[in-house]
Design a protein around this ligand. Sequence first.
Ligand SMILES: [Zn+2]
Length: 548
Amino acid sequence: MLYRLLCVYLALVGGLVSTSPLHHEAEEEYDPMHPQRFLFADLAPTASTDQRAKRSSASMPKLRFEPPSPNEQHAQYWNNVAQDILDRQLHKNRLNRKVAKNVIMFLGDGLSIPTLAATRVYLGDESTELSFERFPYVGLSKTYCANVQVADSACTATAYLAGVKANYGTIGLTAAAALGDCQAQNDTSNHVHSIAKWAQDAGLSTGFVTTTEVTNASPAGMYAHTANRNWEYNGAIEKDGFDPAVCQDIASQLIHGEVGKHMRVIMGGGRREFLPTHETDIDGIRGRRTDGEDLIKHWQHHHSHHRSAYVQNRVQLLETNTAHGETDYLLGLFSSKHLPYHLDADEQQIPTLSEMVSTAMDILERNDNGYFLFVEGGRIDHGHHYTQPIRAFDETVEFAKAIEMARSRTSQDNTLIVVTADHSHTMTMSGYSSRKNDILGVNNGQRADDELPYATISYANGPGYDRNVQREARLDLNRVDMRDKSFAFPSTVPLGLETHGGDDVAVFASGPWAHLFSGTYEQHFIPHAMAYAGCIGPGRTACTEQQS
Ligand SMILES: [Zn+2]
């Protein structure tokens, strides 16, 4: 009896507790984590500002959702889309186990997964597919490095090109070498070799294209061993108190190193790392080298007995006869520093990434043994660091175009293409804007608790903090031009440059053995898998396994 009474009491109390939110229905939303009120908000434009302010609680929006397009209101539309995807997926039944004669690796520096989704909207619609998103196999790569949670482009280049996790800021060295340890750099037992060397040893042609300086961390992973990614020219090593004769700088390694010397194609920016301080380049900008060496002349001299060309702008590049096999070695340095962002580039002077990749392929394709080509969309990363997403998205579009070109001019029977990123960024895409809402504009789903709009794109940290937080209050985004290329998007922690992110990045693969790239795995697995497919390198390969 007592037990019964207790049950009744508990039921009553429970009932009161569970029904109590109903009493506050007017203020509290049913599920504040997934708000819906903006869908039903009274958006009467005649309401005065005062009335609106009174009526709205913190998250009550005055911004409007667009209805879906007529097609998309029918289940049949989505069923058809899904059936098309099913067709594509069913075609994966036949695994491509042929040998990859050619391997092309496309690296989007800082191309995080949220950047992919945001770039689709930037291109006009959430359902847009970037060229490489049609590749049949996708995996996730874990990007941490030997001594850091969140990676930089140096240790990751060692992972995705040489197959070994390394320390932050170091390239082509094992984790036995600490950042800035010249002695360790000089000890060849710490050196790890990249897939470029494996390819060269197997008689393949090699080359790389980047939109950054050719001595920057990612491309340096192809040919350099350095304890500090900043040691791009000799003076940088001297400044750190070391002898460049002991620890060779990255530019010297590209011109004189075993792998660099045999590179058929080198394209990007960074003339200053190759020229002495007393010389100026074609744009009148001085070199950085304090050893008096003109490494461009060294390269020209070294390749004087080859059919070689040094080009400095787009016109020279396009005039170089690569399509008819009259150039075997090409050095293209199109800027003193990084290439300008595509959005800012003088189209006459600066070749597009697609143009550079196409020229590289002209040269590399002539080797019957095949080739390994590394292509970096290097400035996606820089757009994010400055919290200027328009630059990151536009560079991503250019990156996707180059991949589309490369895939369309090669055969999936003999050319493996792998597309990935080195690390993520802290950019996020916040809810709940309507479809096709300007990805670079304010979120039109709701307003924030301070009654101000917020941007769909924001960063966890970076230079956007200063501009967006004013006198203890947030910047009113309706009063600024968010479409300005240089507008720094909001970030919650003030930092001169936004940091990388630690989340996984995607890997897209198409061609022989592309299925090896599905799943979740360590980033340093990638070159092992590419080498397996291409029958190169010191590990197991498709060719050795098929023999045994
Ligand atoms: Zn970066």
